[in-house]
Ligand binder design. Structure first.
Ligand SMILES: [Cu+2]
Length: 113
């Protein structure tokens, strides 16, 4: 009678440790996971915070999005480096991005007044 009880106790002890791992399977967490499944052709509103011409990057502040991404400021690469010459910090934009291997690239950009 002691053996089945001991087995159950071991299972009960393991269950809480296993459950979170199963839920997170395939999602390493962090910023990339928040963007997984983002509709890539959807234009979203953003505000240019910083332009890094040497690095070909743009920091954009964006609000919370319907796909669950919270408001944040993040760096994006740009598909066309010429865009960086036209932008200024504080410029309002609408943009679409693409994500590959955790690298976010602005693939469409519209400047707003
Ligand atoms: Cu973001």
């Amino acid at each position: 009678m002691k053996k089945p009880i001991a087995t159950l106790a071991v299972l009960a002890a393991l269950a809480p440790a296993l459950a979170p791992a199963a839920e997170n399977h395939g999602l390493p967490g962090g910023h990339g996971a928040m963007h997984a499944g983002a509709a890539q052709s959807t234009l979203v509103d953003g505000l240019v915070k910083k332009i890094d011409k040497a690095g070909g990057k743009l920091s954009i502040a964006h609000g919370a999005l319907p796909n669950g991404m919270p408001a944040m400021t993040m760096a994006y690469k740009v598909k066309d480096p010429a865009w960086l010459d036209q932008l200024k910090s504080g410029q309002k934009i609408r943009f679409a991005f693409d994500e590959r291997n955790g690298v976010f690239t602005v693939v469409r950009l519209e400047m707003l007044k």
